[in-house]
Design a protein around this ligand. Structure first.
Ligand code: NI
Length: 182
């Protein structure tokens, strides 16, 4: 396993749409190694999720995991989830604002509106189809990672940039101030 280099905002790869992975290729050792490396990279940098585009690979693969995470101390836990070729369908019109950060946009946080409930259809790392309903923080992370696979970053989803803040100022001025933070 290896810790991969994470692309930062400005790298064109982050603005490129990733290609679906042909299902028979999911089980190939090359794809499995990429998934293992993405998991290790996400854990190394305390990400709640990581998309393949962020590690310079234009394949529709993302990994999500929230154990007790120092970058998201109040977030509910999410078990390790590997999604390939995800399709996300909102199940409600309701959107909620919540804080997001991104390993590709280091040291910044902003309030982002997201659907509070979505259906996720994807393949898992064994190439088996998965369909699940996700709510709240899990739904938020799924939308954030799926956006990456379509060349979209959280800044694009903010209503305006007035809440955009550096992490040190977030800890000083915003932590615990708002109820919306999952
Ligand atoms: Ni991100």
């Amino acid at each position: 396993m290896a810790i991969l280099k994470v692309a930062r905002l400005g790298h064109p790869v982050l603005r490129t749409v990733a290609a679906p992975v042909p299902v028979p290729e999911i089980r190939l050792s090359e794809t499995q190694r990429l998934i293992d490396d993405m998991i290790e990279t996400m854990r190394e940098y305390n990400g709640a999720g990581l998309s393949a585009t962020q590690v310079h690979t234009l394949k529709q693969i993302a990994v999500i995991e929230v154990l007790s995470n120092p970058r998201y101390p109040d977030a509910p836990q999410i078990p390790l989830t590997v999604i390939v070729n995800p399709i996300v369908t909102p199940l409600t019109d309701a959107m909620e604002e919540g804080w997001e950060g991104c390993l590709s946009i280091p040291d910044l946080r902003g309030m982002v509106p997201r659907y509070t409930e979505v259906r996720l259809q994807a393949y898992d790392r064994a190439g088996e189809p998965v369909s699940l309903i996700a709510k709240d923080f899990f739904a938020r992370v799924i939308q954030h990672e799926t956006d990456h696979l379509n060349g979209v970053v959280f800044l694009d989803r903010m209503k305006d940039l007035s809440t955009l803040t550096h992490l040190a100022e977030w800890n000083k001025y915003w932590l615990g101030v708002t109820e919306q933070d999952e």
